[in-house]
Design a protein around this ligand. Structure first.
Ligand code: ADP
Ligand code: DP6
Ligand code: CO
Length: 324
């Protein structure tokens, strides 16, 4: 009655940032991401008549009722969906090899690993499309973490049609993402809340109108292994997301001073002929897209600017896996 799964985080290049349906986590836009090898979550799900209470441990620490609410609600929703015993107790033991709630996509790897371990513990025998839909009910970005490499989440129109698909699970491309850990503390505005506020920006609809053409352009760049196009589209999508945050009412931002320092550094490096692009999620940390060839020089420029800040050099990671 126990199962364990590993899922890697993914970073969106064309961002998901808004919901058409909060309960089903149906997005207002399609998105494309890169699954990363360097960050992941391992989760064990156990259900048994012998357990006396529900429990959620994160990195060996038992979480409070309040900290567990989101995962408890999720498990109860899934048990209802599959007509499983609602009274049996369960225990979740999860390990984040990624900073939690810091804009490095912990909710993506977390809910993908939880969906997979849950489904296996009940022998539900779900294919990857079904798992992707299940992960979506936990966190939108988790929809994509079922697959490796480049992944597209087609927004769909309902629970059946909103899921992710692999574009290329094993790209033969030396594309790297440097995750610069500006601040790994817990963000004050969760992604769920941030995107809800962002939808109040007067520019939000204008951004949405561009979504399908951005998706098409990025897919073309991926197919051609066109780094320049991929980088430009990714940077633009991130800028658009952070612009609707600033222009919401009230406006807000996830940026910190070092976030801006890094944005400026990427511009300077490009002027010097070192090609790289940034993307930023719901947190102050900056991810820099580059090739392996350029990564050494970029890393030393970041250290020159920000001292011994932690930089994780990531590349393509795999889809969800079951562990023994
Ligand atoms: P992030 O930028 O890290 O994805 P979010 O605001 O999207 O931040 O999501 C953070 C939330 O995800 C946490 O508050 C918690 O509810 C959930 N979460 C993170 N890691 C885990 C985990 N390993 N297992 C279950 N839930 C998790
Ligand atoms: C900026 O998937 O964390 O990382 O669906 O409310 O759980 P919920 O939000 P979440 O939002 C991710 C936002 C993003 C962009 C992206 O991953 O596409
Ligand atoms: Co998240």
């Amino acid at each position: 009655m126990k199962a364990k799964a590993r899922a890697h985080t993914n970073i969106a290049l064309v961002k998901y940032w808004g919901k058409a349906d909060k309960a089903l986590k149906l997005p207002l836009m399609s998105s494309i991401s890169m699954t990363l090898d360097a960050f992941y979550t391992d989760t064990e799900f156990n259900h048994s008549q012998d357990l006396e209470q529900d429990a959620f441990y994160l990195n060996e620490i038992k979480q409070t009722r309040q900290q567990s609410q989101r995962v408890f609600n999720y498990i109860n929703e899934l048990r209802k969906k599959f007509n499983l015993d609602q009274n049996e107790h369960f225990e979740i033991r999860s390990y984040n090899h990624v900073p939690t709630s810091a804009g490095l996509a912990s909710s993506a790897s977390a809910f993908a690993a939880l969906a997979a371990s849950f489904a296996k513990s009940y022998d539900l025998n779900l294919d990857k499309t079904a798992l992707s839909r299940l992960a979506r009910l936990g966190s939108g970005s988790a929809t994509r973490s079922i697959f490796g490499g480049f992944v597209e989440w087609q927004k769909g129109t309902n629970d059946e049609t909103s899921f992710a698909k692999a574009i290329d699970e094993n790209p033969d491309w030396d594309l790297h993402m440097l995750a610069v850990e500006v601040n790994t503390g817990q963000k004050k505005i969760s992604s769920s809340i941030g995107m809800q506020w962002a939808q109040k920006s007067p520019f939000y609809q204008t951004w949405l109108n561009e979504n399908q053409s951005e998706i098409n352009a990025l897919k073309k760049a991926i197919a051609k292994h066109d780094f320049t196009n991929l980088g430009e589209i990714s940077e633009q999508s991130a800028n658009e997301m952070h612009a609707v945050n600033l222009s919401a009412n009230p406006g807000f931002t996830y940026f910190e001073p070092d976030t801006l320092e890094l944005i400026n550094l990427v511009h300077t490096l490009r002027q010097q002929g070192i090609e790289c692009y940034y993307t930023i999620d719901a947190g102050p940390n900056v991810k820099i897209l580059c090739t392996l060839r350029n990564s050494k020089e970029i890393i030393s420029a970041i250290h020159n600017l920000l001292g011994n800040v932690k930089i994780v050099n990531a590349s393509f990671g795999p889809g969800v896996q079951y562990l023994d």
